[in-house]
Design a protein around this ligand. Structure first.
Ligand SMILES: [Zn+2]
Length: 245
């Protein structure tokens, strides 16, 4: 969205483009651009087009990409159905295992994985309370796991003095971040993933203390401390939509 701005963009919401198979909601966004592009969200297609594109041109573009759109729409609907909803009886993808969420009555607040169950125990639990409890649990796990490991790896690489702060924050789409001032930031939702994935995230951000880019030298360094990183990146891409709540 960075190339669009309020003055150049005219948004035309929910212009429905009739399709041969089943119709879908299609939003046409006009802006100062030269080409047409498609973006797919659950149950919705966004077409970004130049200001002067005709309706026929837009429809033709959508129809000619119909097979790709259908594939992406079904992918998105699977991803949507797999999203994390914290309610009794729903599923949670915890450390690469699918567990059943169980709300259990108890005065002592606790969270534990037991067999195929992910138990959230608390007093008169509601989904909102359980969600807060899970947030606290993950933040606590992250502060005990991520912070010492990031410091340890930085020490091993001889750059621990470069760390000015380690922040834990739930961001909308990022897993981690490293600034040139030495602030490392990690998304605590990553604590739902297996430890190998968390370790890759830590390695990625700590290596940015040495290379502030994604150059070949950066990836060589990541590889030296996390040789399976390509596998973990693929795993994250396939599964990360299951962690956000
Ligand atoms: Zn990076």
């Amino acid at each position: 969205m960075s190339i669009l701005n309020a003055t150049t963009m005219r948004q035309c919401a929910f212009e429905v483009v009739r399709a041969v198979a089943e119709p879908f909601s299609c939003e046409v966004q006009r802006s100062k651009r030269k080409t047409l592009a498609l973006y797919v969200k659950p149950g919705k297609v966004i077409v970004r087009v130049p200001l002067d594109a005709s309706k026929a041109e837009v429809e033709e573009f959508v129809q000619s990409n119909r097979a790709w759109i259908d594939g992406r729409l079904s992918e998105e609907s699977v991803r949507y159905s797999e999203r994390l909803v914290i309610e009794h009886g729903r599923r949670i993808f915890f450390r690469a295992r699918e567990l059943e969420i169980v709300f259990r009555q108890g005065h002592r607040q606790r969270i534990m994985a037991d067999g195929n169950q992910f138990i959230i125990q608390g007093d008169c639990l509601t989904p909102a309370k359980a969600r807060e409890q899970l947030e606290d649990y993950l933040i606590d796990k992250a502060s005990h796991y991520i912070i010492p490991r990031a410091k340890g790896l930085a020490r091993y690489l001889g750059v621990d003095q470069k760390i000015s702060k380690i922040k834990l924050r739930k961001t909308k789409s990022k897993w981690g971040h490293c600034t040139s001032q030495g602030v490392l930031q990690f998304n605590w939702l990553i604590m739902l993933a297996p430890h190998s994935i968390i370790d890759y995230m830590i390695a990625h951000e700590v290596c940015h203390l040495i290379h502030m880019n994604h150059s070949k030298r950066f990836w060589l360094l990541v590889n030296s401390v996390c040789p399976e990183h390509e596998h973990y990146i693929r795993w994250l891409k396939q599964n990360e939509h299951r962690f956000w709540f």
